[in-house]
Design a protein around this ligand. Structure first.
Ligand SMILES: Cc1cc2nc3c(=O)[nH]c(=O)nc-3n(C[C@H](O)[C@H](O)[C@H](O)COP(=O)(O)OP(=O)(O)OC[C@H]3O[C@@H](n4cnc5c(N)ncnc54)[C@H](O)[C@@H]3O)c2cc1C
Length: 465
């Protein structure tokens, strides 16, 4: 039985915690000229502005945002700051990267956890950041094999031995009492954050550096040196696209990035007697190794936030209305919570919401700058953007300022990725993939989960994952 949810949408619970969605800053008033115009005030756009202004204070930089800073995934996510690799090392290699380049990229990504903490401390941003471990729990032998494979892959690609380890089911249950745990992959050196506090704090920091953020200003046209909005035109030799899951709404960008839905439910504060049964004293990031995948955090005010897929994709790359999600999705997430943590099954639900993350055709993030056209972009993080976006900001600043650093040579820089298919093939592909994942999980559960279902492998091939 699904428990009723007190609130659905209105962007996210994280905003509920800080007094609701914020009042908007002023919109663009008439035509303006700047050195760099950034489209989108999520982590990517704001980190880019922060590094540009920190490195070159006399540069004029402006951010244009259709809604308010942090309206997108940056104000709605699961708060996993992992420094993880997004996503396939083999693909970066095949696309012309070197093995050392891919290893260096992994190191740079891991470094973003410390870097974000350094900047938030320096800027006085209070975002409930807590250093912790990530635990990806396996509940069947097939899942255990997959976490072992991940461990092997990570170590083969240069993850230091003190970054990851495998633990058994009993040790996992001592940390978090996941009912059927048979083992887990532990990742050290990650952090839990309150996403909206982070993005709002970052926006304020960027503003203090002298960057205007024109909110309530929608970009309607994009060409060399010129950004057209519903409030005027901005002339800028450099234009940065930082619109991630919303990119399809920009003219000429309809098939570059697919908006994949992810949704979260959050409980009311969990009573101490339930925590005594569950454990979770280290506030670890908790995920599972099913094909459909879920992610959870214990919030600073001691609730459980549990996220997962739900309805994966809306036809025609449509996005949700202020985070409102479907009843079927809420049902699925509560089912996952009950399965993993039966002690939490009867907890009242405070809030449910959803958002879009950005998926490029090859499921690998990229960052780039074309000096000839002045166009720069970053994204396609497929759900790992909380940390990856920080590396985007650092890298875009170096590219735009012409700094010859190690970052501009990493293999995700200036990659060309083919576009998604037109509809209805896009919709059919993504829905087909998730149907196969659900069936693969069900098949593994029925058969005692001894090995990974072949359906999951077919699903991955279907959309080039
Ligand atoms: C539910 C959910 C859970 C997630 N959990 C995690 C997690 O735990 N860990 C993790 O690493 N990642 C997670 N992610 C992904 C992560 O949140 C994103 O990768 C990251 O926030 C992307 O930041 P961004 O700035 O690139 O995009 P966004 O934050 O989406 O920002 C894009 C901005 O562009 C603006 N915009 C769009 N179109 C226009 C236009 N025409 N004109 C002006 N402005 C425009 C939007 O309003 C928006 O504010 C999750 C995502 C979702 C949706």
């Amino acid at each position: 039985m699904t428990a009723p949810v007190a609130r659905n949408g209105d962007v996210s619970f994280w905003y509920g915690q800080i007094g609701g969605p914020p009042a908007r800053r002023a919109a663009l008033a008439g035509n303006r000229s700047v050195d760099v115009c950034i489209i989108g005030a999520g982590y990517t756009g704001l980190w880019t502005a922060w590094y540009l202004k920190t490195l070159q204070p006399d540069l004029s930089v402006a951010v244009v945002e259709r809604e308010f800073a942090g309206f997108g995934a940056s104000g709605r996510n699961g708060g996993w700051q992992t420094g993880g690799f997004s996503w396939s090392r083999e693909k970066y290699l095949k696309a012309g990267g070197t093995r050392q380049g891919v290893i260096d990229m992994g190191r740079a990504l891991r470094g973003t956890v410390d870097e974000v903490i350094r900047v938030t401390e320096a800027e006085g941003i209070e975002a409930d950041i807590r250093r912790t471990d990530g635990l990806v729990v396996a509940c069947t032998p097939a899942q255990l094999q997959r976490v072992r494979d991940t461990y092997e892959e990570e170590t083969a690609w240069g993850a230091p031995r003190d970054r990851i380890e495998l633990i058994g089911g009993a040790e996992m249950r001592e940390r978090i009492n996941v009912r059927d745990a048979v083992g887990a992959l532990v990742t050290h050196g990650v952090a839990r954050v309150q996403p909206a506090k982070l993005v709002r704090g970052l926006a304020a920091a960027v503003e203090r550096l002298g960057v205007p953020i024109w909110e309530g200003t929608a970009v309607t046209g994009l060409e060399k040196g010129r950004v057209t909005t519903d409030h005027g035109t901005i002339t800028a030799p450099v234009i940065v696209r930082a619109t991630e899951g919303f990119t399809a709404g920009l003219p000429g960008q309809g098939r570059k990035i697919l908006p994949l839905n992810s949704a979260i439910v959050v409980t009311e504060p969990v009573p101490d007697r339930v925590w005594q049964q569950i454990g979770w004293n280290g506030y670890e990031l908790l995920g599972d190794a099913s094909h459909t995948y879920s992610y959870a955090q214990r919030t600073a005010d001691n609730r459980i936030a549990m996220g997962g897929r739900g309805v994966p994709y809306r036809f025609g790359s449509k996005t949700d209305v202020r985070g409102r999600t479907q009843a079927a999705t809420i049902d699925k997430l509560q089912g996952i919570l009950r399965r993993l943590l039966p002690e939490a099954a009867d907890l009242p639900m405070a809030h449910a919401w959803c958002g879009v993350l950005g998926v490029p055709r090859d499921w690998c993030a990229s960052v780039g700058y074309d000096r000839a056209s002045g166009m720069a972009w970053a994204g396609g993080y497929v759900g790992l953007g909380v940390s990856t976006s920080n590396l985007s900001g650092q890298t875009l600043a170096d590219l735009i300022l012409g700094r010859d650093t190690d970052l501009v040579r990493l293999p995700w820089v200036n990659r060309q990725v083919r576009e998604w298919e037109p509809e209805p093939f896009r919709w059919l592909g993504v829905h087909g993939m998730y149907q196969l994942y659900y069936r693969a999980d069900a098949q593994e559960a029925r058969s005692g989960g001894r090995r990974t279902s072949v359906l999951a492998k077919i699903a991955n091939r279907l959309v080039g994952r």
